[in-house]
Design a protein around this ligand. Structure first.
Ligand code: SF4
Length: 351
């Protein structure tokens, strides 16, 4: 069993603060359809082909999920040259550049694609915009694998050459993170310009950047539908509503999870204390001192088992009953890749 799965017991000391807070649970929270699908793809590949199954990058940004898959035989790598030729590779939910796909093919790897279909939608948008002769501004976080994959749809593998101040950009894509980046952005033809966004941005922060773009480039084309995905929007809305009635918010999520970080920021922006924890062992009893209501939610890559452990630990500290809020009911389900569902089973699962 993973050490984080064990129920953690806090030993109260004489100095422990008096805690009377009740707990509120946001809805929806935790796994989205893209994360569900990505995990199932790795599990089915292990089931059909046996270990090892190579996964380029953490399939989703959650330590618990990655550790569990690793224990079942998944091998996580950052670059394809770490994988023996002829092996099976799975691309993570964040998506990959065209160069990575081409490299997998040239190395004789069999690839199964766990890219979230909502990320693929942005990739297709980028291709269409470029074919229409437009330059594209991507709003996203430099270095995030989703940004690298989306920028790489125009044959680049790194974001390093796409800075806002790069006025000699030959790929036609520019990366901006803030309104300040927009202020220094120079494009070739403002009349032929479009923007796309990373799927997991803060809606409020993205709106500021989009407004700055529209002010500077009044003819800029927007994506046909919002690039920030339904799961990101629903979880941010739910935390915003929950936080109005709380004086502390705990978000369950790993440090490299973009959407989990954004949830913490959403709560923090309501003027209350907000922390993000990978699991219950990171909670501190002093956070609850003099608090009346503690809100709990989880990023799209954080499993419910970790939420349950966080609640148990909060109650172990002295917090009271749990009230679960009503929220948007999500029914999105994504199909698995056809080449995986049709692949013949060649082996039994390895441990
Ligand atoms: S957070 Fe959104 S884009 Fe990312 S995997 Fe989930 S549904 Fe897809």
């Amino acid at each position: 069993m993973n050490p984080e799965q064990t129920t953690l017991k806090h030993q109260p000391t004489g100095e422990a603060p008096s805690i009377e807070a009740s707990i509120v649970l946001a809805n929806p929270r935790g796994f989205c359809a893209g994360v569900d699908r990505a995990i199932i793809i790795v599990e089915q590949a292990l089931d059909k082909f046996g270990a090892p199954i190579y996964v380029r990058h953490e399939v989703v940004h959650n330590k618990f999920v990655v550790d569990e898959l690793r224990a079942k035989g998944a091998v996580f790598v950052e670059e394809l040259d770490e994988i023996p030729s002829g092996s099976i590779v799975i691309f993570s939910a964040h998506g990959v550049s065209k160069a990575v796909r081409a490299e997998a093919e040239s190395r004789g790897l069999t690839a199964y694609d766990a890219t979230c279909p909502l990320v693929t939608k942005v990739h297709i948008e980028v291709e269409k915009m470029r074919k229409a002769g437009m330059e594209i501004v991507m709003i996203g976080h430099k270095g995030h694998p989703e940004v690298e994959g989306t920028m790489g749809q125009v044959e680049q593998t790194s974001t390093d050459d796409h800075q806002a101040s790069d006025t000699t950009n030959s790929t036609g894509m520019y990366l901006v993170e803030t309104p300040e980046d927009v202020a220094v952005l120079t494009v070739k033809d403002p009349a032929k310009l479009a923007y796309v966004t990373q799927t997991t941005l803060s809606m409020d922060d993205a709106a500021l950047v989009i407004n700055a773009l529209k002010e500077k480039f009044p003819h800029i084309n927007a994506p046909k539908s919002d690039d920030i995905c339904y799961a990101t929007q629903n979880r941010q809305d739910a935390v915003k509503i929950m936080a109005q009635d709380c004086d502390l918010v705990i978000i369950v999520g790993s440090p490299n999870s973009s959407n989990s970080n954004r949830l913490r920021e959403v709560a923090k922006n309501q003027g209350i204390d907000a922390y993000m924890v990978d699991n219950a062992s990171y909670l501190k009893p002093e956070w609850l001192a003099n608090k009346k209501k503690v809100g709990v939610s989880a990023g799209a890559s954080a499993p419910e088992v970790l939420v349950k452990e966080v609640i148990a630990q909060l109650q172990n500290f002295g917090a009271g009953n749990v009230q679960e809020l009503q929220g948007v009911v999500e029914s999105v389900v994504f199909q698995l890749p056809k080449n995986l569902t049709s692949a013949a089973k060649t082996n039994t699962v390895q441990s």
